[in-house]
Design a protein around this ligand. Structure first.
Ligand SMILES: NC(=O)c1ccc[n+]([C@@H]2O[C@H](COP(=O)([O-])OP(=O)(O)OC[C@H]3O[C@@H](n4cnc5c(N)ncnc54)[C@H](O)[C@@H]3O)[C@@H](O)[C@H]2O)c1
Length: 363
């Protein structure tokens, strides 16, 4: 792999290799872009098949964070870390503390958080060595479980998408098919139920299905049935890549708006649903509540302030639709463009010299 060629292609700033023999730490921190502020992104612990795979994952995911933070209106850039190892066997106090010292060494250019394979307990260990970590225990000042906040953002984003699809943003009487009723979707369903929507749900976990049926009067269907049910809105809240060649022909919904990451299997699937006249709420714009929630910790967590910021996902979504119309492009492309334009605008506005370097810290 030609690392500098790869970094140049998407203009990555920095790639950091961290090695500590005593703890067995082998970690990679990728910093994609810090135009808007310090690079925020979780630490993933995974048994990569090769070093190249780990580097690619860190680079790819850090770039995704740049777009997510920029689109959410945060003063943060994009970063991501990966620790090469088995999260079930290779964790230790010394490993996460060694990693924490490397994060501290970046002096705030990178702020870490939980991701696949890491937990709140791991973040607490990192916190022993650095303040540049979010998602620690509530006792250390974190916002706790971000799912209810993410759910509120999805609800707000869904309303904006419904306005585009139906001309008004009222969800009462709308039928909404929800795939996966886990942490985020259970909270989302509460908002939808309170507004008078009819819910159809599915999940591989029957207890989760039952909970939605009992608490919100949802109708339960099989996991493969959910794509083709008669509904106004399809809300993917389980897995990625569920907008694909198999599911698209089944869709009856006018709007797709849900919490899941990476919903489009391939970009062309975003083009196809656009041609079908489906309003697609781009995943990283609508599910930004989680990142908004952890970003709030940087100022001493305040749930009310975090929720206020999450409300603006409605406006962010409207901006995506405006750009889609302005440039005649599908919404998934418009989301990227919105993020890139914000970064470019702020890069220009920051040419003014300031004596106080704190001006570039997130606010
Ligand atoms: N939790 C957050 O704050 C947050 C933030 C941003 C994005 N997301 C994304 O939102 C999605 C949901 O997150 P969550 O925290 O609620 O996770 P979760 O694990 O609590 O919920 C996912 C649910 O989907 C179900 N599921 C899994 N495979 C399924 C299948 N094939 N068919 C139907 N149901 C299936 C699971 O049983 C579970 O109930 C994920 O894609 C996640 O990456 C979550």
């Amino acid at each position: 792999m030609k690392i500098f060629d790869y970094m140049q292609k998407y203009d990555y700033e920095q790639l950091v290799f961290c090695q500590d023999e005593t703890s067995g730490l082998k970690a990679i921190i990728a910093i994609h872009d810090t135009t808007l502020g310090p690079a925020l992104g979780g630490t993933r612990m995974w048994m990569y098949n090769s070093e190249e795979e780990a580097i690619e994952d860190a680079l790819r995911l850090s770039r995704g964070m740049t777009y997510k933070a920029a689109a959410a209106g945060l003063n943060l850039g994009g970063g991501k870390a990966v620790i090469i190892g088995d999260p079930r066997k290779d964790k230790s106090e010394e490993l996460f503390r060694a990693f924490g010292r490397f994060v501290q060494g970046l002096n705030g250019r990178y702020i870490t958080a939980e991701d696949v394979g890491t937990t709140v307990a791991d973040m607490d260990l990192i916190y022993q060595e650095t303040n540049y970590v979010t998602g620690v225990s509530p006792a250390f000042g974190s916002g706790g479980n971000p799912s209810p906040v993410t759910a509120y953002g999805v609800y707000r984003g869904m309303k904006a998408a419904v306005k585009r699809g139906f001309g008004h943003d009222d969800l009462s009487g709308k039928t909404i098919a929800v795939q996966g009723v886990g942490n985020v979707a259970y909270n989302l369903c509460r908002y939808l139920h309170e507004e008078g929507a009819n819910l159809i749900v599915t999940d591989i976990n029957t207890e989760n299905v039952q909970r939605a049926v009992v608490d919100f009067g949802a109708k339960a269907v099989g996991v493969n049935e959910i794509f083709g049910v008669e509904c106004d809105i399809f809300s993917p809240c389980a897995l990625g890549a569920i907008i694909n060649d198999d599911t698209i022909p089944q869709f009856k919904a006018k709007v797709i708006a849900g919490a899941a990451n990476n919903q489009l299997k391939e970009e062309r699937h975003g083009d196809i649903i656009q041609e079908m006249g489906i309003v697609y709420a781009p995943d990283y714009v609508i599910n930004a509540g989680g990142v908004i929630n952890v970003a709030d910790e940087l100022h001493g967590y305040n749930r009310e302030r975090a929720m206020k910021k999450v409300e603006t996902i409605y406006d962010n979504m409207n901006r995506v639709f405006e750009i889609a119309d302005r440039d005649n492009i599908p919404t998934y492309k418009a989301a990227d463009r919105m993020a890139e334009e914000r970064i470019a605008r702020l890069a220009r506005s920051r040419k003014t010299f300031l004596r106080d370097p704190k001006a570039s810290l997130p606010k």
